[in-house]
Structures are given as C-alpha cells and as structure tokens.
Design a protein around this ligand. Structure first.
Ligand code: TXA
Ligand code: MG
Length: 324
C-alpha cells in the first residue's frame, strides 16, 4: 500500500475507535483516539495493563500543547520548544479535553511529539491526540520493529504502520513539569545532561515525585528469560558457570571484552557506542528469548548519557517477577 493511502486508512481506523500500532523514534506505540474513552479502554484490554496506569498523549506539534493541558509553566515551554519533536514526554496538569480514562484517573497528563515522519503524518492526518503506550503486553519488552508488534499483538491491533526500525530504541524521557522545578520520572531518549544544559540547572534523578510510573515497578521491560546483573569483569565467568549448571545462557558481552570466547548458548557483543546499544537493546533481549535462553547475564553500562536509560531498563528487566 502506498504510504499516503496507508496513513489515510490508519487515521480512519482511529476515527472509528480502532487501534493503530505506529512507529516512533523510541519504540512502537499502540494508538487510539485520546478523546474516545471506549477506544482508550481497548488499549488497556489488549495490553493487559491495569487501568490505573496512565498513558501518553501524542500530538503533532508543540503548537498544539496548550489544547491538551491546563497550563504550561515556563520550564515546560522551554523544554517543549527545545526537544520536540523528540523523545521527551512532559507531565502537566490535565486539560479538560483529556478523559480520565487516558490518565488513569490522574489530574495530570503526559504529552509528547514523536520525531518520526510516519507518526507525524498520522497525527497530522488524524488531527487529534493519539494516546499510546508501547505496543507490547504489560511488563514485556517494548517493540522496536513492526514485526515485533505483529508477533506480540497479532490480530488484537486493527492496523499496523511499518516505519522500519526505531532509531532511538528506548522510550522517551518523562519529565514532571507541573511544578517550578522539573524532575525526571523515567530516564529515556533525551539525556539528563541535555535537559540540564537546556534548563541551566540540575535535575533530580531519580525523582521523589509521588506520581505512579509503572515502568518503575519491579520486573518491567522484561524478556521471558531471567536477567542477572553482575560486574562487567564477572560476566564471562558467571555465564559459563550458569551454562555448566544446565542453563541456556544468553550473554551481553561488555564492549571491552568483545571477541572473548564464551561457553554459553548465545552471545551479543555490546556496541561501544551508547546510541547503538540503546537502539539494539530490546531486539537483543527478544533474540535471547527466541533462541531459547532461560537466563541472561549482563552488566550495567556507566550511567551517563543514554547509559542512564539503558541501566534503568536492565535493572527493571532483572527485577523480581510476580511469581517470586
Ligand atoms: O517513548 C515512549 O514514551 C513510548 C512511545 C510509544 O511514545 N511510549 C511509552 O508508553 O513508553 P508507556 O505507556 O509504555 O509508558 C508511559 C509511561 C508510563 O510509565 C506512565 O506511568 C507514564 O508514562 N505516565 C503517563 N502519564 C503520566 C502522568 N500523568 N504522570 C506520571 N507518569 C505518567
Ligand atoms: Mg511500556
């Protein structure tokens, strides 16, 4: 199908209250008309996500922000102008237009302008806001290709827009901008350093904000295989020990050790560049699952730049499982 026809079709599906999976620069989203409570409810049903967990409203440009929120404090305006379109989500006071179904009952709303031509074309054609979580089952690894979405959600989605592989690969940075001093609720594609440079003062990470963020619960962004985190220099030894004990081990081999032979089931050499690591992270986790690994041994990168978001996702992936 030609792209313009596809976009028309997808925006028709949204107008009719259906669900459209679409690419963004971070991960694929599972979208519905933000102003249609029944459509929004279907997102929660398809994802298996508790209805108290708020969604992000995606809009086509920073100039539409005021339509969706009660007020825009100066710091929020500055961040929107500097980073949109881009992997930054701003939490602000909910505008009347946003139904409580989309915010999990909160009086705040998360808004972002994605930096992906297909997402922007969809948002422009549709005209309204598209509320979208990552297009995966609750607690699982976010999809970074259209194939990931189809494999995980299949017929539960009415339309899948394929925009290729996501260029950032980890979710947006969520900033609570309701107060005078913005705080980071979830590290992501926009680095803390870039936010601080734009604001001219330091941010609190992690935030002490009482707002609920499901990504901060134990075991989120998790593959089927268990994830064990060890010091970088222990990765090879831990992996080989577990493999000897009968596990099917997947290994994230730290960049400095690339090329080291490892007796394990599957090995991924971590790219030396953090943007490349972030871009590949979720696909690697999925691949370990596909190859039948039951245990993944990894270490945390240094927590600056995109390393902060990568370390956050690996910690969540290694968090206690509901059955623990
Ligand atoms: O990059 C992304 O942010 C992707 C793409 C699709 O845009 N979306 C995404 O959505 O990661 P989701 O639903 O998987 O994660 C959204 C996060 C959740 O942790 C949620 O709690 C938080 O945003 N959130 C949404 N509204 C909020 C609010 N009003 N206050 C605090 N956190 C909020
Ligand atoms: Mg998610």
């Amino acid at each position: 199908m030609e792209r313009t026809t596809e976009i028309e079709k997808a925006s028709g599906v949204l107008r009719a209250g259906g669900l459209v999976a679409f690419p963004t620069e971070t991960v694929y989203g599972l979208g519905a008309d933000a102003e249609n409570p029944a459509a929004v409810a279907r997102i929660f049903q398809v994802k298996g996500r508790p209805p108290s967990h708020p969604l992000i409203v995606h809009i086509g440009g920073a100039e539409h922000l005021d339509d969706w929120v009660e007020e825009v404090p100066p710091a929020a305006r500055l961040l929107a102008e500097r980073f949109w379109p881009g992997p930054l989500t701003l939490v602000l006071r909910r505008g009347r237009r946003v139904p409580l179904e989309a915010t999990g009952g909160l009086e705040t709303v998360a808004v972002r302008v994605p930096d992906h031509p297909v997402a922007l074309a969809l948002l422009t054609a549709f005209g309204g806001g598209v509320t979208a979580p990552s297009a995966n089952r609750f607690g699982a690894v976010s999809p970074t290709t259209a194939d990931h979405v189809r494999a995980e959600l299949g017929d539960a989605v009415d339309f899948v827009l394929d925009g290729g592989r996501c260029s950032v690969g980890v979710e947006s940075t969520i900033v609570d901008a309701t107060g005078d001093l913005p705080s980071v609720l979830r590290p992501g594609g926009v680095t803390r350093e870039d936010l601080e440079a734009a604001l001219g003062y330091p941010l609190a990470v992690p935030s002490t904000s009482p707002v609920r963020v499901p990504g901060q619960h134990p075991s989120h962004y998790a593959p089927r295989a268990r994830v064990v985190l060890v010091e970088p220099e222990r990765v090879v030894a831990e992996a080989e020990l577990a493999q000897e004990k009968g596990h099917q081990v997947g290994v994230f081999l730290p960049a400095p050790q690339a090329g080291t032979p490892v007796k394990a089931h599957a090995v991924v050499a971590i790219p030396a560049s953090m943007p490349a690591y972030a871009r590949g992270l979720y696909a690697y986790l999925r691949e370990f699952d596909q190859q039948g690994c039951d245990l993944i041994v990894a270490s945390l990168p240094s927590e600056d730049g995109l390393g902060l978001a990568i370390a956050n996702r690996l910690r969540r992936a290694a968090g206690p499982r509901p059955t623990d």
